[in-house]
Design a protein around this ligand. Sequence first.
Ligand SMILES: Nc1ncnc2c1ncn2[C@@H]1O[C@H](COP(=O)(O)OP(=O)(O)OP(=O)(O)O)[C@@H](O)[C@H]1O
Length: 673
Amino acid sequence: MPGAAQRVDVAAVEAELGDSSFVLDEIDADGADSVQVHLRLRPTAEDEECAWRTTLDTATIMLDPGIAAKKLQPNAGMAYHFDGLHTDSSNASLYASLARPLVQSVLRGYNALVFAYGQTASGKTFTLSGGANEEPGIIPRAVCDIFQGICQGSSKREYLVRLSYLEIWNEIVKDLLDPTSTPQVRDDRRRGPNAVFIAPLQEEIVSSPSQVFDLLARGEENRHIGATDWNERSSRSHTCLKITVESWERDALHDDEAKVGRHYRISELHLIDLAGSERNSFYSANRRAEGANINKSLLSLSKVIYALSERQATGRPAPAHIPYRDSKLTRILQNSLNGSARVAVVCTLNPSPAMVEESLGTINFARRIKHVAVRAQPNEFDGDLSVLVGAPCTETQALLARYRAEMGALRAKVASLQQAPRTPTPSTPDSAPHTPTQSKPVSLDALQARLDQLGTLILRGGSVQESSAAPHPVSPAKRRGFTFDDPLPRVQEKLHAALTKIGRLERALATRIMLPEMADEKDRLIGDLLQQVRELEVVCQAQREDDAPSYEARLDEAEEKIAARDAFLEELTVECARLRRANKELVLLAHQETARMVEAAQPKRRSPIMSLFAPQLRPATVLGMAPCASTPLQSSPLRAWKQHKASIVSIDASESESSSDLSNSGLAELLEE
Ligand SMILES: Nc1ncnc2c1ncn2[C@@H]1O[C@H](COP(=O)(O)OP(=O)(O)OP(=O)(O)O)[C@@H](O)[C@H]1O
């Protein structure tokens, strides 16, 4: 049957995982009504000291008494108890106890959020993604469990799995699967007052764990990673992997109809690796800004958690303001933190005594988030998908139903084409056989190729035995002469990769200018474009010509101003020199005159002319010097002469205009008299 849904190969998936311990549990016995909080203390390196004492049985942790005694806080030595405590390097046990129950929930239709919180180098990425090559973290284990769950799912359900992968770096949301796009976070009012969606965001449909890992590897290449004081490969951004699982009950007769009662489920699993907080580092300004943005968004997360836990503690009925809008991180987590998702958190601690303050901050966050209320309900619809179809993120909602509807329409077309009567046409010996039915296989091929493509995207649960009885889909690749040496999942992966590439190329092609197929049309278009280029060149030339005279006039004007200023400066310099010369001559004259008068006054009584002007006519006064009470002119002629000389030197040095004026006018007149 063309376009049959793909049956997941349990054995292949198990081989990929190396872990077949997952058992799908359809009964919601472990429904958590509070956030599950586990603490993880990174093991110490050989020469490292540990600041903490732990009791694993009771999941209790406390500060080393010696270190606690040195702390100022009165409760520094208190013991903290959580849902789980991990001090080793085993991600398997942490995953099984913390995250696996949430994966079960996702397969039952619940939304879920798992994230790691802690300072830099405390082990968040190790917990989420795992160590190099060994100890796979929560993400790979959850991915494998989802596919195992689908394998084990009821043979009456079929599934569609898709994922998106984004990062928040410096408060910018970046699509790691399509770094050219710039996603925005928007309100999704149809889904409730606190719901948001992110668009545009590339979502890839996946049908095996290795497809997911390929996509994650592709996304990792686009991530921001750097070195901090504590971690050589530190995540400098928050990453958010979203896996959406859609499923509905199969109906052997009406597979392609979204009928009431078919229990359609859509659930989302968010796996978030937060960037680590860090103290001020000595890196570049860009790195400090990056660190500041990380710290700011983590602070806003703490504020949101604080507000949510306060609301729970006070039991206020009306929702208090929750500052989701303070950062992109809290906006994106809004859908999950508003109570409609099950939440599990791993709070990671750096064991170093130097990091005790940061670790206490992490413990406080862990205690706060434990009090956030969870009221998650399964997202199950009884076939009425209108709620989803009209949503803003409409292309990505209820994709399974959409594809199934498309497959129904395609099948109907195929059937009608196959039943169409063949019209015999007379063939002539000199003409090639040409019948209307000649185009039919082409169109059938296209329809069947699309049917097969859709079939590979939809996964069917159930046992492996059943799959051998199912008709094998006719692959378009086979019709094109490809061999099938690869195992089925590998071939499907290749096909999926090829389809994704085709999609990308088609999108790129859509943005290009299309040349018409007809030669004259092409020539006309090229002619038009050349004409436009010529016209633009003319406009540019005219613009240049218009502007040139005005620039030249302004240049001339500026040059004239400069020349006038230079001439004025020259005049000033000449005038200054002339005045300086005149001043010197006058000063010299004054000296001679004063000396002569002093000489004349010496043996006789004071000359009548001097008495006339005294005391104003003392030489110092004449020359602009303040009269000195202790040195009357008549007391010592020699001393007076020295003072005159000193005042002359000082006036001469200052070259003051007033003194030269005085020398030029007042003194000259006086001397003439
Ligand atoms: N439980 C653990 N067992 C063994 N090694 C660990 C464990 N936790 C962390 N590590 C090692 O410590 C180092 C830092 O861990 P990791 O990169 O996961 O920190 P992080 O909290 O994600 O840091 P950042 O926020 O800077 O990205 C890594 O080399 C990692 O392998």
